[in-house]
Design a protein around this ligand. Structure first.
Ligand SMILES: C[S@@+](CC[C@H](N)C(=O)[O-])C[C@H]1O[C@@H](n2cnc3c(N)ncnc32)[C@H](O)[C@@H]1O
Ligand code: SF4
Length: 400
């Protein structure tokens, strides 16, 4: 049985733009048109539900931007639309991203009542100097207060986002952030190395960052501390208590389907050929690439919404679609699946006949030769420790 699809909802505004951030996020000027945006998201969702008729959602993720700028009533309205247009499984994971500096604490109870089961809280560091260097709008005490309010609201799952490799950070300081996060009782921790992205303020005025070796030491020491505290690493940056892995992101990494609604949101859907033709009618702009075999009955379709909130509000039903060729699908699958620490079973590879081709076998052999991958007895494979450390090199082996 196909895994239940996910729904990603992009909520694009933030109190202020952080200097390292290249997400599709926009600093609020006057009050943004929250209610109009929610109406647009609901129309977008109904439209895509009509085009693709997905199975009921197994996970919903409100990402941003800063979704906690939206009122619980807004979130409730979108969830109701999801329920009425597609359906939501009874045990669906419903995550909302929150910034400790952009939340009225009473709101967590409201989000919980609206159906949110998981909060992902962007704390980044428990050191005030680091928060200041990162241009965050919240203080260390805001972070503690937000965690307390989330526990009080009986929200079942809490993810804390932390970053490491911060300006002037030592290995001991990064470890201290991890230990503080663990002491607050989250079910999940996401631990990201700060990257300098083009088109950000940090790309123009780059602060002095720890060198590569120091960052690697931070990663290794924090991995050990998390493991000793009962958090299993299941992906490059994701650690969870057993049974609390983030299902929404797991679905991306396992190459599952999801709808993407809201400004700039991406989606991935599997369509039958007939449905593919249908979905290119009306508002949809088609940039179809024919599958290389020419006889596939199912296609993998990528969808994308207009990026800027103003553009999106003008035409919330606009949707650009691109169908992936068979080999692009293999690369997309590998790119995502290789992020997970669990090995790939032979059965998971069945939808990708190209992986049995001579060319593909040669690429696998090269990856094994370089010590990045090992082949398992059922025909599946696992990354080696070297493959995990040099993931980009391993992913490149499967570039189309
Ligand atoms: C959309 S944000 C989370 C919610 C909210 N916007 C916030 O920042 O609190 C997702 C996470 O990505 C991480 N992140 C953003 N930009 C990053 C960068 N340049 N390098 C590493 N991690 C980054 C941060 O940990 C952030 O919490
Ligand atoms: S609050 Fe989050 S999404 Fe907004 S600018 Fe900062 S890192 Fe980006």
């Amino acid at each position: 049985m196909e895994p239940a699809p996910g729904l990603y909802v992009h909520l694009p505004w933030c109190v202020k733009k952080c200097p390292y951030c290249d997400f599709n996020s926009h600093a609020v000027r006057d009050t943004p048109p929250y209610a109009d945006y929610v109406a647009a998201v609901c129309a977008d969702l109904e439209h895509q539900a009509g085009l693709y008729a997905p199975q009921p959602f197994g996970s919903i993720f409100f990402g941003g931007g800063t979704p906690s700028l939206f009122q619980p009533e807004h979130i409730e309205r979108i969830l109701l639309t999801a329920q009425q247009s597609v359906g939501v499984l009874g045990d669906a994971e419903i995550t909302l991203e929150a910034n400790p500096g952009a939340i009225e604490h009473g709101s967590f109870k409201g989000y919980q009542a609206a159906g949110v089961t998981r909060i992902s809280l962007g704390i980044q560091s428990f050191e005030q100097a680091k928060l200041t260097a990162l241009g965050r709008v919240h203080s260390v005490s805001d972070a503690y207060l937000a965690v307390e309010a989330i526990h009080q609201a009986n929200i079942a799952e809490l993810n804390i986002d932390l970053m490491y490799g911060l300006p002037q950070q030592s290995v001991a300081e990064s470890l201290s952030d991890i230990n503080t996060a663990v002491s607050l009782g989250p079910t999940h921790i996401s631990h990201y190395q700060l990257t300098i992205e083009p088109n950000t303020l940090f790309a123009v005025r780059t602060p002095t960052l720890p060198d590569g070796e120091t960052c690697f030491d931070m990663q290794v020491d924090c991995q050990s501390a998390l493991s000793e505290s009962g958090f299993n690493q299941y992906e490059v940056s994701a650690y969870a208590k057993p049974g609390f892995e983030g299902n929404h992101n797991l679905n991306y990494w396992k190459y599952g389907d999801y709808l993407g609604v809201g400004a700039g949101a991406h989606g991935k859907v599997t369509v039958q050929d007939d449905a593919a033709k249908l979905a290119t009618a009306g508002k949809t702009v088609d940039k179809t690439v024919e599958p290389s075999t020419g006889q596939a009955t199912k296609r993998t379709r990528r969808t994308q919404k207009p990026k800027h909130p103003a553009q999106y509000l003008q035409d919330p039903l606009a949707l650009v679609t691109t169908d992936s060729s068979e080999q692009e699908c293999v690369f997309e699958f590998m790119l995502n699946r290789l992020r997970l620490n669990t090995g790939v079973t032979g059965a998971e590879l069945a939808p990708f006949p190209w992986l049995k081709s001579r060319e593909s076998q040669a690429r696998f052999a090269a990856a094994v030769e370089r010590g990045l991958l090992k082949i398992n007895s059922d025909g599946g494979w696992s990354k080696t420790a070297l493959g995990s450390r040099f993931l980009n090199d391993l992913q490149e082996v499967f570039l189309p």
